[in-house]
Ligand binder design. Structure first.
Ligand code: LMR
Length: 420
């Protein structure tokens, strides 16, 4: 029987007002400190604008790059494969190849099946999966995070409800490593703490421990029974050679640690939007690795069920073919070398425009970023007066610096820093 018009009106006003109140208390979220910079850059109509915010590689014309090895892999894949679901743990082939990059081609740990590993949604997804795993199986634990770190690390462990502590890492005066502070914090943390370490090309500082310092860090972490978790988002971007950039991890493996690693192909294969990565946890034995992997899959299943297939196929096609792998290594080196060249160019240009400040750290730091030492107010001036976009912590993405904009950038930096 049809409802009377009055009743319908009454009902809709009740449901209407109720549904309207559901989200009334929701305030807009703050802008992301990194991706928000890209949004602001895109909205700026100025022809002079420069984006040195997000860590995404650009060629010397400032254009995004798709590696030739990726194009060739895509050509081989196209039309040849179905679109079936991957298993919950992702592409077995991709994971196998990825583990070799981190643990070594002839790793005993791989041969002994001691590594629980799953495909993850790039490095972020790998960190988040690990944080959730940590919370589920070590619910009382905390995570020690370097100061500073990639801003999203804080969000990841916060949303996984893992309490955070910090440890000293960067020394603002030397613009290098605060090794003494770092060592003290490792020693003073309660035994068996979790430590988040950047395997290479530290983001945002571009400051990595030396080999000797890594050995010392490994020894201390072992003595204290801490768990080292490595975020390796830039393998290949520090030295140009992925094998050399795995050095810290290899030192820890030689010292007999049980470790976790988040790996990503966003930067070193330029697969930013494909979201391909891997989470691995080195276990005591194969039985434990099987159990841990099954629990990682169990965490993935209600979150995203199983990871996307295309990027994983691109990676496994490249790394599974000697010719394509050689091309990839050459292209990674090419990207790293262009950035190193831009570091020299930026420093030279700053010196040329007469900056009285020391810019030695621009060439001393490594990887995609230069932690310039500029204050948030100076960065605001760069943006407002010169249309130069970067994160307010003073991080310059060297990947966005080109032969065409380096002079403009250096001049603007000089203008905003000359009165300090
Ligand atoms: C960055 O630090 O700029 C990149 O890792 C991109 C991101 O997701 O923050």
């Amino acid at each position: 029987m049809a409802l009377s018009r009055k009743l319908v009106q009454q009902r809709s006003s009740v449901f209407g007002s109720r549904s309207m109140s559901w989200w009334r208390s929701v305030e807009p979220a703050p802008k992301d400190p990194i991706l928000g910079v890209t949004e602001a850059f895109l909205a700026d109509p100025s022809p002079d604008k420069v984006n040195v915010g997000v860590g995404a590689y650009r060629d010397d014309n400032g254009k995004p790059v798709v590696l030739q090895c990726v194009r060739e892999a895509e050509r081989r894949i196209a039309g040849n494969l179905n679109m079936e679901y991957l298993p919950m743990g992702g592409s077995v082939k991709m994971v196998e190849e990825t583990l070799k990059l981190a643990y070594g081609e002839n790793s005993e740990h791989i041969k002994d099946n001691r590594i629980a590993a799953v495909q993850a949604l790039s490095g972020t997804g790998a960190c988040r999966l690990f944080a959730d795993f940590q919370k589920r199986f070590r619910p009382e634990s905390q995570i020690y995070i370097p100061v500073p770190t990639w801003a999203n690390h804080h969000n990841i462990w916060r949303d996984a409800h893992v309490p955070q502590k910090t440890f000293h890492y960067y020394h603002p005066e030397t613009k290098g490593l605060d090794f003494a502070g770092l060592v003290d914090d490792i020693k003073n943390a309660p035994n068996g703490s979790f430590f988040l370490l950047h395997a290479c090309a530290h983001n945002p500082t571009g400051v990595d421990p030396s080999e000797e310092q890594w050995k010392e860090i490994s020894k201390l972490i072992k003595e204290k029974g801490h768990f080292p978790f490595f975020d390796m988002a830039y393998q290949g971007f520090a030295s140009g050679d992925p094998e050399r950039d795995a050095k810290a991890i290899r030192i820890f493996l030689e010292d007999g640690h049980l470790i976790g690693i988040a790996q990503s192909y966003a930067k070193n294969m330029g697969l930013y939007g494909q979201r391909v990565g891997c989470l691995s946890v080195l276990c005591e034995d194969e039985k434990q690795a099987v159990a841990v992997k099954s629990q990682l899959q169990m965490l993935a299943r209600p979150m995203y069920s199983n990871p996307p297939v295309h990027g994983a196929l691109v990676v496994s096609t490249i790394l599974g073919d000697q010719e394509l792998k050689t091309l990839w290594l050459k292209e990674v080196k090419g990207m790293a070398d262009r950035i190193i060249g831009m570091r020299t160019a930026l420093r030279e240009n700053l010196e040329k425009v007469g900056s009285p400040l020391s810019w030695e750290h621009v060439t001393n730091q490594i990887g995609m970023f230069c932690y310039s030492g500029m204050t948030p107010e100076q960065v605001d001036r760069l943006t407002n007066e010169f249309h130069i976009y970067m994160t307010r912590n003073g991080r310059i993405s060297m990947a966005g610096v080109t032969t065409g904009n380096v002079g403009y950038l250096a001049n603007a930096i000089h203008e905003v820093t000359k009165s300090t």
